[in-house]
Ligand binder design. Sequence first.
Ligand code: P6P
Length: 360
Amino acid sequence: VFDEVCETTGVTLTRFMIEVAMLNPELSELPSLFSGIETACKAISNMVKRSQLTGDIGYAEGGGSINVQGEEQKTLDIMTNDVLKRALRFTGKLGVLASEEEDTPVDVEPTGKEVMFDETSKYVAVFDPLDGSSNVDAGIPTGTIFGIFDHDEECVVNDKDEGLTEAEMVCLTNTLKPGTDLIASGYCLYSSSCFFVMTVGCGVYGFTLDESIGEFVLTHPNIKIPETSKIYSFNEANLPQWDEPMRETVEKWRIGEGKSGNSFSSRYIGSMVGDVHRTLLYGGVFGYPSDKKNVNGKLRLLYEGAPMSYLMEQAGGLSTTGTKRVMEILPDEVHQRVPIVMGSKQDVQEVVDAYSAAGF
Ligand code: P6P
């Protein structure tokens, strides 16, 4: 389906999405949604790059602003969340927004009024507006992660003054879908270049922002992650707390006694979008596994784990908790965490086999 679109690079993201929609009529509304996301990411790229000059650095309200995660919000966390919501609001295609920076899923109408749902909306968006933001003041790469679900049509709830009805609570949890229900996901990496990487279920396509024309241009058609690798990417300070199968596998990789016989190097920047992008292109295993302190790891299922797992699987990789496929996990609540080990198929399978052999 995509071959005719991708025989040459140089295609802009806008043209790519229009041609995808022409080839897949059921995706006809995606180009305008992606246009909103793309515009927001260009704006965020600028904000991140200029933050040292504009003073949009440090913690919001001098450190007094705490998000639903209990984390101190950076100034840019709040600004980028607003930029993304505003850009998505005016596509008129959005049903519900769930964001790392929002307390509960909210909906927006073009009027800007925050309502729970409206029947005109086609999609549900989940996103982490600036993942890795704690690194931004040090110039370390950060990124935006997004996932798009189809909106559940019969889920119509209007704005009410009083509390939510039973049906509305069902709608509110409408954003709580497993990754297998995603129809699109992607990220924008703010680094040496601004990279926009996405999937709509037919492979993974990478675009690079050409600032001279203000367009994302196709530079990585049909990304496929190497089957095996020599890189693992974890916060090794937690290694003593990991489940034994995870710990033992990484210790074998270190000394070249893993299945591949490769001696691995460690690469970890503590910013998921950068670590995942390198893993997709160079191969490797990235993760934040379960440990004694954080049984569910640290990464969020809905707007970090699931969208990135969709990309990883579409690129021919795997993404597991150690015992379960991340894409199949139904979230119980919006900000649920999930243990994640993702990357090169053969190496991640080695982790799965170790967990299975240990009876997990
Ligand atoms: P740690 C950033 O805060 C983040 O959510 C991800 O981007 C990153 O992979 C992880 O946390 C880093 O966590 O505990 O290693 O600093």
